[in-house]
Design a protein around this ligand. Structure first.
Ligand code: TYM
Length: 338
C-alpha cells in the first residue's frame, strides 16, 4: 500500500514512574531536543496512564509528572517550540488505545519482551493494563499521525508493533489512514547499562541507586557512582573491536561519547591506553559539567509547580487540535454514529 504524505511529526513519551535517569537523557531526551530544533513538529509526553499499569502512590505520581516536565524543559525542550503534555489530559490517547486493543492480536502482545521482563514469573498477578500497554503506546503515536519516534533501543519492539497495528487497521478498513512510523534510535548511548552490571539496562526501577545516575544527583553523588562503577582490570583500547566482551568498559565509553556528542571511535582515539583510574575522573567531570546545569534548572522550575501545570494545560489544548479530528476520522472509518 502506498504511503500518503504525512506531515513530518515527532512524538515520544517517558513514564513519570520515578526520577529521570542518565539512560532516559542519553537514549531519548537529547534526541527530543535535536528533533525539536530540526524541521519537525514535536510533541513530548509524560505518559501518566502508562505509569499506572503498576500501582503509583498519587502524591508521588503528581510530583514525578511535574518533575519530568521540569526535566524536559531544563534539558532544552521549549514549550514555545514543542507541545508538552501529560497523557491523561488528552483523552483521545486512551480512546484510540481501546480501538487498537481491538486491532492488536493476543499473539503479538504475548511476544513483547518488555512485558515478559516486567511480569516475570508473576504474569497472572500483574494488571491487564500492563499486558495491553503496547496498544496504548501505539495510540499515543498514531493519534498524532506521528512519522518519527525517538526512543532508546529497548522500545524498538514496541515500535515494530505500532507499525503492525497501523498496517492492520489500514488493511482491515481498506484505507491509508495511519502512517508507518519510523523509530529514531540514534547516538552512541541508545542502551545505557547499569553501573553495577554491564549486562543489565540502567533503569529507574533497579533497587540499587548506585546502578544509575539520576538527573537530580548532585556532583558528589555522580562522581562517587562513577568511581565505584564496575570495570575490568585492563586499560581502555584504542579501537572499537577492543571493547568486545567488555560490557562495563563499553558502557562507560558509550556514556562518555553520548554526553560529549562524539562517536565511540573519536573517544577511543583520545582515551585508548588509559587505565580506568584515569578515565573515570574524566567521565565524572564531563557528567557533572553536562548534568548539573540541568538539575539546577529542574530544581528552580520545581519551585513553581503552578507554572508547570499551566504549560501542560496549554499543551493539552494544542494537542487536542490534532488528536480530536484524527479520532473523529477513525470513528468515521469504523462506522461509528456521531
Ligand atoms: P521509559 O519511560 O521506560 O523510558 C523513556 C525513554 O528513555 C529510554 N531509555 C533508555 N535509553 C537508553 N538507555 C537506557 N538505559 C534507557 N532507559 C530508558 C527509553 O527507550 C525511552 O525512549 N513505553 C515507553 C514510554 C512510551 C512511549 C510512548 C515512548 C509510552 N508511549 C510513545 C515513545 C512513544 C517507556 O516505558 O519508556
Amino acid at each position: 500500500m502506498s504511503q500518503p504524505q504525512f506531515t513530518p511529526r515527532v512524538f515520544s513519551g517517558i513514564q513519570p514512574s520515578g526520577g529521570l535517569t542518565l539512560g532516559n537523557y542519553l537514549g531519548a531526551i537529547k534526541r527530543f531536543v535535536q528533533m525539536q530544533d530540526a524541521d519537525f513538529e514535536t510533541i513530548y509526553c509524560m505518559v501518566d496512564l502508562h505509569a499506572v499499569t503498576v500501582w503509583q502512590d498519587p502524591t508521588d505520581l503528581l510530583r514525578n509528572t511535574r518533575e519530568l516536565a521540569a526535566g524536559f524543559i531544563a534539558s532544552g525542550i521549549s514549550p514555545d517550540k514543542s507541545i508538552l503534555i501529560n497523557q491523561s489530559q488528552v483523552p483521545e490517547h486512551a480512546q484510540l488505545g481501546w480501538v487498537f486493543s481491538c486491532v492488536a492480536r493476543m499473539g503479538w502482545m504475548q511476544r513483547m519482551t518488555q512485558f515478559k521482563d516486567k511480569a516475570g514469573k508473576n504474569a497472572q498477578n500483574v494488571s491487564l493494563g500492563l499486558f495491553g500497554y503496547p496498544a496504548l503506546m501505539a495510540a499515543d503515536i498514531l493519534i498524532y499521525h506521528a512519522t518519527h519516534v525517538p526512543v532508546g533501543e529497548d522500545q524498538k519492539q514496541h515500535l515494530e508493533l505500532t507499525r503492525d497495528i497501523a498496517a492492520k487497521f489500514n488493511h482491515d478498513y481498506g484505507v491509508d489512514f495511519f502512517p508507518l512510523t519510523e523509530p529514531v534510535i540514534e547516538g552512541a548511548a541508545t542502551r545505557v547499562m547499569s553501573l553495577r552490571d554491564g549486562s543489565k539496562k540502567m533503569s529507574k526501577s533497579d533497587p540499587s541507586d548506585a546502578s544509575r545516575i539520576n538527573m537530580t544527583d548532585d556532583a558528589d553523588a555522580i562522581a562517587k557512582k562513577i568511581r565505584k562503577a564496575k570495570t575490568d582490570p585492563d586499560a581502555l583500547p584504542s579501537e572499537v573491536a577492543g571493547l568486545e566482551g567488555r560490557p562495563e568498559a563499553r558502557n562507560l565509553v558509550n556514556i562518555y561519547a553520548g554526553l560529549n556528542d562524539q562517536s565511540v571511535e573519536q573517544v577511543l582515539a583520545e582515551v585508548g591506553g588509559l587505565q580506568f583510574g584515569a578515565f573515570k575522573p574524566m567521565l565524572a567531570d564531563l557528567a557533572v559539567a553536562k548534568l548539573s546545569p540541568i538539575s539546577a534548572e529542574m530544581a528552580r522550575l520545581m519551585n513553581d509547580p503552578a507554572e508547570i501545570d499551566r504549560i501542560l494545560a496549554k499543551g493539552a489544548g494544542q494537542a487536542r487540535e490534532i488528536t480530536a479530528p484524527i479520532l473523529q476520522k477513525t470513528y468515521d472509518i469504523m462506522g461509528m454514529v456521531r
